[in-house]
Write a protein that binds this ligand. Structure first.
Ligand SMILES: Nc1ncnc2c1ncn2[C@@H]1O[C@H](COP(=O)(O)OP(=O)(O)OP(=O)(O)O)[C@@H](O)[C@H]1O
Ligand SMILES: [Mg+2]
Length: 315
């Protein structure tokens, strides 16, 4: 079976990773000076945190890098004792015929899922292994990592991949797969992914696998997101009943109310003819509806509220 595109096109070197220029150059400088500190990467999903640490390991250790790095998913392991045992066994292992012990790399993914007691114990493990290993802690939410752990690391914040770089990577994949996609299609893929490169590449693959011509409409359709045509049409003048029926039609095509609200919100924000104070009022009511949805409120009543809010638009 062939590899999914996210793995097939996972960058192998730091140069192939798009965006994160400052982080890449700072870490390269640490490596050049042979002074890599413990690292803490945090940021949203699918932006290249794991890919970057793997490419750094390749850069530091060469082709045999697999022997010098251990990846532990903190949320998979049953408690800090298992983590401690794994790490200490790993740092002590010496390769056959290797005369001097090289510093190893311990990657602890999803460390924000560890309890604060386990994180507390990790401080000690990091200190005891200082002679033999460097740590790279990875998480989505830095606020869940205890401050003493943060202070033992050089902290790097990963941002969502910006539009230009995301499209550059998508073009690279499309070229390698001999896919013909115009800019509008790639823009749509970016718009759905919002800087999550993994999601964008997965979506591009799903669209290609559908066997249909690559268009922005196909992208929105496969992602079950309302297209711009739909959201533009949605705020055109019509009666409450017409808009309510139109919403039901959109929801029946698989779009969620949350996604419809997000698309309409974007459309309103783009409209330069609407006064700022008016926009604030609508955003407040849209936010109220979204919150109620998340708390499990009834779909139909929230839909009616949403259509009512939009019907207040002075069109
Ligand atoms: N900056 C990037 N440049 C090129 N490809 C990227 C980039 N970021 C992510 N990707 C693609 O997305 C896939 C997933 O990236 P990665 O595993 O590094 O994400 P992550 O930030 O570790 O996410 P998570 O927090 O969910 O673990 C990679 O295999 C690669 O195909
Ligand atoms: Mg990761």
């Amino acid at each position: 079976m062939s590899l999914p595109w996210v793995e097939k096109y996972r960058p192998q070197t730091t140069a192939e990773i798009v965006s994160h220029e400052r982080i890449k150059s700072q870490i390269s400088a640490f490596i050049d000076q042979n002074a890599l500190p413990n690292l803490l990467f945090h940021g949203p999903a699918g932006v290249g945190k794991t890919t970057l640490i793997k490419s750094i390991a390749r850069q530091m250790f060469g082709p045999a890098y697999q022997n010098q790095i251990i990846e532990i998913n903190a949320s998979d392991e049953n408690g800090i004792d298992v983590v401690r045992d794994k790490i200490s066994a790993f740092v002590k292992t010496k390769q056959l015929f290797q005369t001097e012990q090289k510093t190893k790399l311990v990657v602890l993914d999803e460390c924000d899922q560890m309890s604060s007691v386990a994180q507390g114990a990790l401080r000690r493990i990091i200190e005891l292994s200082a002679g033999q290993a460097r740590f790279c802690l990875i998480c989505n939410y830095i606020s869940k990592v205890i401050p003493p752990l943060q202070s033992r690391c050089a902290v790097f914040r990963f941002r969502p991949v910006p539009k230009e770089q995301c499209i550059e990577m998508l073009q690279r994949v499309a070229l390698a797969e001999a896919l013909s996609c115009d800019n509008q299609t790639l823009n749509a893929v970016y718009e759905v992914g919002c800087g999550d490169m993994r999601q964008s590449i997965n979506l591009l693959e799903s669209c290609a696998m559908s066997g249909k011509p690559m268009t922005h409409e196909l992208v929105f359709d496969i992602a079950a997101r309302p297209s711009q045509t739909v959201s533009k049409q949605f705020i055109q003048p019509m009666t409450f009943q017409e808009r309510y029926d139109y919403s039901l039609e959109i929801l029946a095509s698989g779009v969620s109310l949350e996604d419809l609200i997000a698309a309409v919100y974007k459309e309103i924000m783009k409209d330069s003819t609407v006064a700022q104070t008016q926009k604030q009022k609508w955003i407040k009511s849209l936010a109220g509806i979204e919150e109620a949805m998340q708390l499990g409120a009834d779909l139909r009543s929230q839909l009616a509220g949403f259509v009512g809010t939009i019907s207040d638009l002075p069109l």
